[in-house]
Design a protein around this ligand. Structure first.
Ligand SMILES: [Zn+2]
Length: 152
């Protein structure tokens, strides 16, 4: 069994065959690292939510921005019914890894400021089909600038 560290999320994938060449966590193509490059990573104190306004600051996640996608990997997949709290449009973007939210940059319409809970500042990412995801990352301004630049 060969191990390959994902160039996007750093997960240590065990590669058994040519068929399983995609990262088990973020689904990046491990055999074609030139295809997708990581631009930003926030792997500590990042939060996400899929509703616009909420008193809750959100859930813990690791968040990645690549040349192709915004990737949100929830750290703890809480046991509530998915459909109940994920908006339908975001749910549809979820991949075969049921916990992952993966939004192609081409599906992002806009990026704007918001609050996460009562105090923290975050970013709202609006998608083309009317969905949204809120994230709280360190270096928020840098994330906003880079996302805005990538979706231009
Ligand atoms: Zn990965």
């Amino acid at each position: 069994m060969k191990k390959i560290s994902c160039h996007i999320c750093e997960y240590e994938n065990e590669i058994a065959s040519e068929q399983s060449r995609y990262c088990a966590v973020c689904e990046a193509d491990l055999a074609n690292v030139e295809d997708e490059k990581r631009l930003l990573i926030c792997d500590s104190n990042a939060l996400y939510s899929t509703v616009e306004k909420s008193l809750s600051a959100g859930w813990d996640a690791e968040i990645f921005l690549t040349t192709k996608r915004l990737i949100i990997c929830p750290l703890k997949w809480q046991g509530f019914g998915l459909e109940a709290w994920l908006s339908a449009s975001i749910y549809n973007k979820m991949t075969s890894n049921s916990a992952l939210i993966s939004i192609p940059l081409t599906d992002i319409k806009a990026v704007r400021d918001c609050k996460m809970g009562l105090i923290m500042k975050g970013i709202i990412i609006d998608t083309m089909d009317g969905g949204l995801v809120r994230i709280k990352v360190s270096k928020r301004n840098e994330w906003k600038e880079v996302i805005a630049r990538e979706i231009e």
